[in-house]
Design a protein around this ligand. Structure first.
Ligand SMILES: [Zn+2]
Length: 1192
């Protein structure tokens, strides 16, 4: 037994390992947390086992409630650690093991360890005599000594099991690693410590390492969970990270760095808190604070169908059951899954309720404890949920009809526990309720507004109920594929084919076959007595399953199967039940568990497709999709859960590359679906296009905007607002009939693709399209059911009662109708506000729109009155924010003013507009407002600005127009021939144009003149932007890469050494590059934003933008300015075919188009950007409409 080292101020270094003689000065930090010093007093000598059942909290001590360490501890106890080099004294350490980390502490009260070793980095555990054992990692070996052989054996066994588990554990479950993506990292001084520490802010943790080498090895000192952290400013360069257990006082190298550290740590706290948002809500019930299966504290995982929460180790076993039994989700990571209803369900049911069912009869000998080994867990969890061994049997168990009946009655109440017990005793979630209006239990529960029942039923639509006959054979398989599906029966089948089916197949074309689905194989036989199949296919070959509409073919119910090898199989039956069973079984057997959510709905088609999206346009990925009505559900690679794409709300849907790519543009993303196989892709493409179009004549069947307004309505209102508010008799005049019909027809065909343009479309035609649309829309905007109620409301005498009535009628309209009424009345309100110009006052509008909207013949006077009142009481009825309304009216006034200026100039509107350009730097006094015609080049713009300021261009002055992006801290000199207008259109609000001298131009021209060819290669430091979830969080760091820039592409190589041996660029090219970009699609900017911590200040930011204006960023950093200049010059030269600068300045001037200095030619809405940005710029006009013209 070694002496206890309790001399705290000792200069003994806690020399970590045999081969490491670092002075571990961290251990001499004076403590300011309280518990730091009293470690030596502990008398607890033996290692602590977590008790088997109950009272975990007290045994865990501080681990119980507020501890930041949430992964359950597997084993902890005192061990002696090998003495540091040059010493013989063993050091007593409190050692703790959980699934993720092995760590040791000075004493059993410390919150922060002296060492933290990820279990993933442990390669071996070996006995080494003398009650000692070694923990071997890739680079280091830690030696511990136990008090007894027994103790030693225990530790070795538990450690070995943990690292074995860690290897098997699904990667989804191995949440935290020391080596996460770092938000910020670097050396920081920790007050009271002799040497600096390497500090890493990563996700919701801050990690301390002795130095960068240790960081790279993954062996840290301690990790600080930021959900209990707080960052405070201290004096000068110092700041404090405070936790309930300790304060870490850091000192940064500079003020700026301090700010960056504080910001990074605050972000980390934010992330930690948001990570725990769901967990905190669910843990409100104390039963949810402990694993439903083993009792470990603070469980972070849940089975959303079984309604239980459990620890990470049990989660691994739940996964093993397969998603049809347990749908495992993380409380921390799967935030999207956790809707309010689901959280509520867990608060109401959760472990407290669910275990009264699932664990009603657990024999104490079979119960788990937090320390149970994996095989015990596996056995218990399979028995509990797969076999239902411990469940409380419902009294109706075994009587299917009675169970189903009881379910249909019970879901009308709020007793979800009873529903759980019915369902898991066999009641059919999809049974027939016998109620034609609400045929399924889910729809029935919905009609009773039992949202928790709906949630529970929805989660269990495809759950396999416990079957006690499947006994313990599961022990051998840890992670398994989805459970094998077995199904058989008679189906009618046609011969397989290689083309889409375009014609109706009569019954005669089908032959009756006995079909079996077993072990992932589908076979069909002449009859059920044959033993040799006529043919078959493997489930894994299936790429798509399509359910045809009723009566498509001779058999009422038919479905199609598409295979990898481009074959199509058509099956039919007359029985809807037979059909449903087959479709369900087949889908279940080829859809992977990662896409299981797709099975929850009655899909029209389901299958896999290749796709690309904004963040990755290089290589396609495989996604799983299902089409349900007008919604495309997708399970993308690398993302949890499914996403819904509302096809009717797409901004654009187009087909590119000769029908091989389907492009879906949503507000936040563009998705490219590719046809790597023709057969199934073609049918997908057709189905998606059909679903994205208008599917009928009611409002909600139209293509919709984000805010649920039919696109046709939105486009017309917009156009009238822009061009028609001053038009006399708007909405009253009739327009040209044939034009109206044509326009309406093209809106009906594909509203999304119709762009209304002044000059091309007449105001009166558009206004009549809108009226005609409303007149014809099926059910009317107020719905045929409610229109009588609307009409009678106008007769109510009491004003306030009348308004209340309108409000209540409004709120009971369907979503799309409500949004449309609101948008239309808002529009009409605006129209009548400008009645002095358009002559359409309240009354006139009401006369026109009353019969139109109520679809009456104009004899019912009430129709007009309703419209008059809706407009008249617009603010009150629709609860309008008056400030916003004023802003809107101001915008309209600005538009009208601009139009007046426009028409007075007598020049037809052209495509040019006015923008702000700065001279030399971006400041107010340097502002110039310039009208930019579509033809204007960068050189012309520069000269225009110089002319105005009477600046003469001297020789060797390289005046140039720069696109300056302040946010990215980058700039790009525009090429002199570049057209300015498209640049302005593509620029975000953070960018501006600055005309200034290009000081490196001369050096670049000299360099280019000396070059033989148009290529360049060499080392640069490279960093890629990993835009996580589109949140713009930057991660990663700079690494050396070898670049080759040729006239066609920029290539990047990882293998520097092998390449450098090959001196000839052509040969180098034959190696496979790590990345490759077409050089002409790249925009190269000078500069890299400081936040990314570029290693030198000579950096380039390379933006790759595709035709959809989605951008990817790469950062290249050079060692010297010359080098950067040379790279930049080479890019310029290649992109402009060697023509980098005009040979004579004079020529440039001569080619200039004489500029029109009149006030006209202003485009109606200033340029670029989203609708909002445009609104803002209109608003800016409104605030000071003359601002733009001041310098003209
Ligand atoms: Zn557990």
């Amino acid at each position: 037994m070694a002496d206890k080292q309790d001399d705290f101020s000792s200069l003994y270094s806690d020399d970590e390992i045999l081969d490491d003689d670092d002075d571990d000065s961290y251990e001499t930090i004076p403590n300011n947390g309280g518990s730091w010093q009293d470690y030596g007093l502990s008398t607890l000598k033996d290692s602590v086992y977590l008790p088997a059942i109950g009272k975990r909290q007290s045994a865990l001590g501080k681990e119980g409630n507020s501890a930041p360490q949430l992964t359950p501890v597997i084993k902890m106890g005192w061990l002696d650690k090998n003495p540091p080099q040059g010493s013989l004294i063993y050091q007593k350490r409190w050692v703790k093991l959980d699934a993720d980390f092995l760590r040791y502490f000075d004493n059993d009260k410390d919150m922060y360890s002296k060492r933290i070793i990820p279990t993933t980095s442990i390669t071996n555990i070996t006995n080494v005599g003398d009650q000692k054992f070694e923990v071997v990692t890739h680079n280091r070996t830690f030696v511990f000594r136990a008090d007894s052989d027994f103790e030693r054996t225990e530790w070795v066994t538990v450690l070995q099991e943990t690292i074995r588990d860690q290897k098997y554990t699904h990667k989804d479950l191995s949440g935290q690693h020391l080596h996460g993506a770092a938000e910020m990292q670097g050396y920081l001084e920790l007050r009271g410590l002799r040497s600096k520490l390497y500090v890493v802010v990563s996700g919701d943790k801050v990690l301390l390492y002795k130095n960068m080498e240790d960081y790279k090895l993954g062996i840290g000192i301690t990790s600080i969970d930021m959900n209990v952290g707080n960052v405070k400013d201290a004096d000068r360069r110092a700041f404090d990270l405070t936790t309930p257990y300790r304060t870490f006082s850091f000192v940064a190298e500079s003020d700026q760095q301090k700010d960056e550290w504080v910001e990074a740590m605050q972000n980390s706290i934010g992330e930690a808190l948001s990570n725990y948002e769901v967990a905190e809500k669910i843990w409100v019930d104390e039963f949810n604070q402990f694993c439903a299966d083993c009792g470990a504290a603070k469980p972070e995982w849940a089975a959303i169908n079984l309604c239980v929460v459990f620890c990470k180790r049990c989660a691994g076993e739940h996964r093993g059951l397969g998603p049809s039994i347990s749908k495992v989700r993380s409380l921390k990571m799967d935030k999207k899954v956790w809707t309010d209803e689901l959280i509520q369900l867990f608060q109401v049911l959760g472990n407290r309720g669910s275990n009264t069912f699932w664990a009603a009869n657990v024999p104490p000998s079979e119960a788990l404890s937090p320390a149970s080994c994996s095989s015990d867990r596996r056995r218990f969890i399979a028995a509990k949920y797969r076999e239902g061994k411990y469940r409380r049997y419902h009294q109706l168990f075994g009587n299917q009809e009675a169970l189903d009946n009881a379910l249909c009655i019970n879901i009308q109440s709020n007793d979800v526990l009873e529903t759980l017990s019915l369902v898991f005793c066999g009641a059919n979630v999809n049974c027939d309720t016998g109620n034609p209006d609400f045929p399924t239990p889910i729809s029935l529960a919905q009609s009773y507004e039992q949202h928790l029942q709906v949630e529970f039923l929805t989660q269990n639509k495809n759950t396999e109920i416990p079957r006690s006959e499947v006994g313990g054979h599961m022990d051998t398989v840890h992670y398994m594929a989805p459970p094998s599906i077995t199904h058989n029966g008679f189906l009618y089948k046609t011969a397989s084919m290689g083309k889409p089916i375009t014609e109706r197949r009569a019954k005669e074309e089908f032959s009756r076959r006995w079909c079996t689905l077993n072990d992932g194989n589908f076979n069909y036989y002449e009859s059920d007595r044959n033993s040799t199949p006529n043919g078959g296919l493997k489930m894994k070959e299936i790429v798509c399953l399509v359910v045809n509409p009723l009566e498509t073919h001779g058999y009422d119910h038919t479905f199609e199967i598409y295979t990898d090898s481009e074959r199509l199989y058509l099956f039919g039956t007359d029985s809807p039940d037979v059909m449903r069973e087959w479709v369900k079984s087949i889908a279940k057997s080829f859809i992977p568990s990662s896409a299981e959510d797709l099975l929850n709905r009655d899909f029209e088609r389901i299958g896999k497709l290749q796709y690309k999206d904004g963040l990755n346009l290089q290589s396609p990925k495989v996604g799983w999709f299902s089409l349900v009505g007008s919604t495309l559900y997708a399970c993308f690679e690398d993302s949890e859960g499914e996403e819904a794409i509302h096809l009717k709300k797409l901004q654009e849907l187009s087909i590119q590359q000769e029908n091989e790519v389907l492009v879906l543009v949503e507000r936040r993303r563009t998705l490219y679906i590719q046809g790597n196989r023709k057969l199934d892709y073609l049918t997908w493409s057709t189905a998606i296009q059909r679903a994205a179009g208008s599917s009928g004549d009611t409002l909600s069947q139209q293509q919709l905007t984000e805010s649920d307004i039919p696109v046709i309505v939105d486009r017309c209102i917009d156009y009238i607002t822009q061009c028609g508010l001053t038009s006399e008799g708007i909405y009253r005049k009739s327009g040209v009939n044939s034009k109206i019909a044509t326009l309406l027809e093209s809106f009906r065909r594909d509203a999304r693709s119709v762009r209304l343009k002044e000059g091309e479309h007449q105001v009166d035609d558009v206004s009549n399209v809108l009226k005609r649309f409303f007149r014809d829309v099926k059910e009317g905007i107020f719905t045929s059911e409610a229109s009588a109620a609307w009409l009678s409301t106008s007769a109510i005498a009491d004003e306030s009662q009348k308004i209340l009535n309108y409000q209540s009628l409004l709120s009971s309209l369907p979503r799309v109708n409500k949004a449309t009424v609101r948008a239309l009345v808002n529009h009409l309100y605006c129209v009548q506000r400008f009645a002095d110009m358009n002559q359409m006052n309240l009354h006139n509008l009401a006369i026109v729109f009353g019969p139109t909207l109520f679809q009456t013949d104009g004899k019912d006077y009430n129709a007009g009155r309703v419209i008059e009142e809706l407009i008249g009481h617009y603010v009150a009825i629709f609860n309008v924010n008056e400030q916003q309304l004023k802003k809107q009216l101001d915008e309209i006034t600005a538009i009208i003013k601009l139009r007046e200026i426009n028409s007075s100039s007598k020049v037809p509107p052209a495509g040019d507009f006015i923008c702000t350009v700065y001279l030399e730097e971006k400041k107010e006094t340097a502002e110039q407002h310039v009208k930019i015609p579509a033809t204007m080049t960068a050189a012309e713009l520069a000269l225009e600005i110089l002319d105005r300021r009477k600046i003469s261009v001297r020789e060797k002055d390289y005046w140039c127009c720069f696109e300056v992006n302040e946010k990215e801290e980058t700039e790009r000199p525009l090429h002199y021939q570049e057209k300015v207008l498209p640049i302005l259109h593509s620029m975000g609000t953070e960018s501006c144009l600055v005309v200034k001298k290009h000081y490196s131009m001369e050096a670049m021209l000299i360099y280019l003149a000396s070059k033989v060819d148009d290529s360049k290669h060499g080392m640069m430091k490279f960093r890629e932007e990993r835009n996580l979830l589109g949140l713009g969080l930057n991660t990663g760091s700079f690494h050396d890469r070898y670049f080759i820039l040729t006239s066609t592409s920029l290539r990047l190589y990882k293998e520097v050494r092998s390449l450098q041996k090959l001196q000839i660029p052509e040969l180098q090219c034959s190696h496979r590059p790590e990345k490759e970009w077409p050089v002409r699609s790249l925009k190269v900017y000078q500069g890299i934003k400081k936040k990314l911590r570029p290693p030198t200040c000579w950096g380039l930011t390379v933006v790759y933008a595709n035709e959809k204006h989605e951008k990817q960023h790469w950062y290249l950093c050079c060692d010297t300015q010359t080098e950067m200049r040379e790279w930049f010059a080479t890019f310029l030269s290649i992109q402009n075919d060697g023509n980098v600068w005009p040979s004579e300045t004079i020529k440039m001037r001569a080619s200039r188009v004489p500029l029109d200095t009149r006030l006209g030619n202003i485009s109606l809405i200033p340029l670029r950007g989203s609708e909002n940005e445009m609104r803002n710029s209109v608003a800016a006009f409104a605030a000071d409409p003359l601002a733009l013209f001041r310098d003209l």
